[in-house]
Write a new protein. Structure first.
Length: 63
């Protein structure tokens, strides 16, 4: 599947560039600023997002 994405937001552009380099074998996986890609950081990112929402929401979120 091909995906096209155009943005002027530097954080997104850098994350996509880094992800492409990982997929092509040019670099090692690293934590990203705006996107979450499995398998390396998805569980931790979702857990962090859940905790953040639980702090501001009157209802508790569970996964």
């Amino acid at each position: 599947t091909d995906i096209g994405y155009f943005t002027r937001i530097d954080d997104f552009a850098m994350d996509i560039s880094d992800l492409f380099n990982v997929i092509t074998g040019l670099s090692q996986p690293a934590r990203r600023n705006k996107i979450v890609a499995s398998p390396n950081y998805m569980r931790k990112s979702f857990s962090d997002l859940k905790d953040k929402e639980n702090k501001i929401s009157p209802k508790t979120i569970q996964i």
